[in-house]
Write a protein that binds this ligand. Structure first.
Ligand SMILES: NC(=O)c1ccc[n+]([C@@H]2O[C@H](COP(=O)([O-])OP(=O)(O)OC[C@H]3O[C@@H](n4cnc5c(N)ncnc54)[C@H](O)[C@@H]3O)[C@@H](O)[C@H]2O)c1
Ligand SMILES: O=P(O)(O)OC[C@H](O)CO
Length: 315
C-alpha cells in the first residue's frame, strides 16, 4: 500500500485465488484488513512469475514458518539486482536462523545485501495512512538506502540502520513480551505490571541481542522500544490479543483457531528458549511464557514465579 501510494507499480503475490481477485478487482482485503481501501495501483496475483517478473524491489512478508518455502519458490525469478526486503518477525524454528539468513541462503545472495524492515507499524494503521515511523537495515551500504527511497513519504517515515542482527532480534522477541502483556492485561493486573513486563522484556531482548552481536543502541530505537511499546499496548496486536484470550482460559489451540492470523510470538517462544540456552543468557519472562504455552502452567503461577525470583540487581 505504501509503495503503491508512492507511485510504484506493485504486484502482490498471495496463495489464495479469492484474495488475489478481491485485491485486484475491489482493492480491498476483507479478511485481513476489514474496511480498508487499498490504492488503485496495487494489484495481486497467485502467479509468482507474474509478480516477480521485472521487479526491481521484492518485499517478503510471509510468516516466519513459511519464509524458506516462499523464498525457495521465488528464487529463480528474483532478479540479481533487485533490492530484497523482508518484514517478517521471527526465527526459523528448526535452525534458529534469522530471516535475513534464510533469505540469503534461498536466494543465493550475500546476507549483507538483505534489508529488514521493522518498527512499530501495525498494518491496520499504515493502510489508513496514519503517521508511522519504521527502520530499514542492511549490513552493506546502499541497500537499506534504496529501500528507504522507495518507501518514505509524508505518512511513512523511514530511518536506516546497519544493525540487521539487532533489528531482527528485537522484532522477533517483542512478540513474546506482547503475549505476556496480553496475559497480564487479561488477568486485570494493571499498568504497573505491564510497564514492568515491557521494561524487563527489553532487558531480555538486550541480553540475547548482545550475545548474538547486536548493537545495544538499536534496542532504544524503533525496532526495539518502539515496536515493543506498540505491540504490548495495542489492541491491533495479534500477539497481545492472543495473550489476553489465553488469560480468559481458552486453550492455545482455541486461541490460534479464533485468531485466524499468524501469532509469531508462539513459535518464537520456542526459538527464543533454545537461543537463550545456546548463548547462555537468562530470559525469565520467555521461560515463563514457554511454561504457560506448552507445559500447562497457569498465567497466575507464571506471574508468581517471576515475582518470587531470587533478588537481583537491575542492570
Ligand atoms: N500485521 C502487521 O501489522 C505486521 C506488521 C509488521 C510485521 N508483520 C510481520 O509480517 C509477517 C506476516 O504477518 P501478518 O500479520 O501479515 O500475518 P497474517 O496472518 O495476517 O497473514 C499471513 C499471510 O501469509 C499467508 N501464508 C501463510 N502461510 C503461507 C505459506 N506457507 N506460503 C505462502 N503464504 C502463506 C497467509 O495466507 C496470509 O495471507 C509476520 O512475521 C509479522 O510479524 C506484521
Ligand atoms: O500484530 P502483531 O502482534 O503480530 O504485531 C505486528 C507488528 O509487529 C507491529 O509492529
Amino acid at each position: 500500500s505504501v509503495l503503491a501510494s508512492n507511485g510504484h507499480e506493485v504486484v502482490m503475490w498471495t496463495r489464495g485465488q479469492a484474495q488475489a481477485d478481491e485485491i485486484r478487482e475491489q482493492h480491498t482485503n476483507g479478511k485481513y484488513l476489514p474496511g480498508a481501501q487499498l490504492p488503485s495501483g496495487l494489484t495481486a496475483t497467485t502467479n509468482m512469475d507474474e509478480a516477480l517478473r521485472d521487479a526491481q524491489l521484492v518485499l517478503f512478508a510471509a510468516p516466519s514458518s513459511a519464509m524458506r518455502q516462499v523464498a525457495a519458490a521465488a528464487a529463480p525469478m528474483v532478479a540479481r539486482d533487485a533490492v530484497v526486503i523482508h518484514a517478517t518477525k521471527g526465527f526459523e524454528i528448526d535452525t534458529l536462523e534469522r530471516m535475513s539468513h534464510v533469505l540469503a541462503e534461498e536466494l543465493g545472495r550475500p546476507q549483507q545485501e538483505i534489508v529488514v524492515l521493522s518498527g512499530p507499524s501495525h498494518a491496520e494503521e499504515v493502510v489508513k495512512k496514519l503517521p508511522t515511523t519504521v527502520v530499514v537495515a542492511s549490513e552493506a551500504e546502499g541497500f537499506a538506502e534504496k529501500a528507504q527511497d522507495a518507501l518514505i513519504n509524508s505518512d511513512f517515515r523511514v530511518y536506516t540502520n546497519r544493525d540487521v542482527t539487532g533489528v531482527e532480534v528485537a522484532g522477533a522477541i517483542k512478540n513474546i513480551i506482547a503475549l505476556g502483556t496480553g496475559l497480564s492485561d487479561g488477568l486485570g493486573f494493571g499498568d504497573n505490571a505491564k510497564a514492568a513486563l515491557i521494561t524487563r522484556g527489553l532487558a531480555e531482548i538486550g541480553r540475547l541481542g548482545a550475545a548474538m552481536g547486536a548493537n545495544m543502541m538499536t534496542f532504544a530505537g524503533l525496532a526495539g522500544v518502539g515496536d515493543l511499546v506498540v505491540t504490548c499496548t495495542s489492541p491491533h496486536s495479534r500477539n497481545w490479543r492472543a495473550g489476553s484470550m489465553l488469560a480468559s482460559g481458552l486453550s492455545l489451540d482455541e486461541v490460534l483457531h479464533r485468531m485466524g492470523m499468524v501469532v509469531e510470538g508462539v513459535r518464537t517462544t520456542r526459538s527464543a528458549k533454545a537461543l537463550a540456552a545456546r548463548y547462555g543468557v537468562e530470559m525469565p519472562i520467555t521461560d515463563q511464557l514457554y511454561e504457560v504455552l506448552f507445559q500447562g502452567k497457569t498465567p497466575r503461577e507464571a506471574v508468581e514465579s517471576l515475582m518470587m525470583r531470587d533478588r537481583t540487581n537491575e542492570l
